[in-house]
Design a binder for this molecule. Structure first.
Ligand code: HEM
Length: 211
């Protein structure tokens, strides 16, 4: 129980920092996404910049709502206080995931790294809603543990952008790969990591409960 609490505290710190960083970076520090867009060279599809930027703002906004809503719903204390809040907030999470995916659907064809990266994002556009809907289906069937496990799997994808950028930096700055290739590796590497890490968390939390 103590370990679960400190795990939640760590998750809360990382998530809050990430939300503040995403909002500051995309709306205040670099609202034109100039740094990110500077890596887009030789795009097959022309980018309509004003539309792309507005879609990106909506994307980031709902990504932050999903991160915050998910975090609140993993809190045992909040759950114990109000099941109604947990339910309503859960629907906010699901709606936000769908809006992140919808906006991603617009941006994916223009992805840095070209068609291969676009395919990776399109895979994510199917995987994330599928996992999230599975979490919803499980709780409709009153299967609480399965619902919790599917939510752990779904919530991992809130860290997609962080994971892509960390892997991109590792391959680009660390191993000297071209930026676009590093980004493509970042996307596929993130899909793999974000599917594997939750399984480890689920196993570890199961053992914590038993011990
Ligand atoms: C939930 C946390 C997420 C946050 C905070 C986030 C944030 C961002 C930001 C800031 C960008 C602009 C480029 C950059 O600076 O990276 C972006 C681009 C993008 N995001 Fe997300 N994102 C998240 C999750 C996702 C997920 C789960 C998907 C796919 C289902 C996705 C698909 C995309 C796509 C396709 C682009 C355009 C990439 C490109 O042009 O190369 N994002 N995201």
């Amino acid at each position: 129980m103590k370990k679960w609490k400190s795990g939640y505290g760590l998750l809360a710190c990382v998530t809050i920092l990430l939300i503040v960083y995403a909002l500051a970076d995309n709306y205040i520090i670099d609202p034109g996404a100039e740094s990110f867009l500077s890596h887009k060279t030789g795009l097959k599809r022309e980018l309509n910049l004003p539309v792309w930027l507005n879609v990106m703002y909506v994307h980031v906004a709902f990504a932050c709502v999903a991160m915050a809503a998910g975090l609140l719903n993993f809190s045992n204390r909040i759950f114990a206080k109000s099941r109604k809040f947990h339910r309503m907030n859960g629907y906010v999470y699901v709606a936000s995931v769908l809006l992140v995916v919808l906006t991603s659907g617009y941006m994916a064809p223009h992805a840095t790294g070209g068609k291969i990266t676009s395919m990776g994002f399109n895979a994510l556009n199917l995987i994330w809603p599928f996992i999230t809907v599975m979490a919803l289906v499980q709780i409709k069937k009153r299967r609480i543990t399965r619902h919790r496990n599917w939510m752990i799997r779904s919530y991992a994808f809130c860290f997609t952008n962080l994971s892509i950028h960390l892997l991109t930096a590792l391959f680009h700055q660390g191993f000297g790969f071209v930026y676009a290739d590093s980004y493509t590796i970042g996307v596929y590497g993130s899909i793999a990591l974000l599917l594997i890490i939750p399984e480890i968390v689920i196993r570890a939390s199961g053992q914590l409960k038993e011990s």
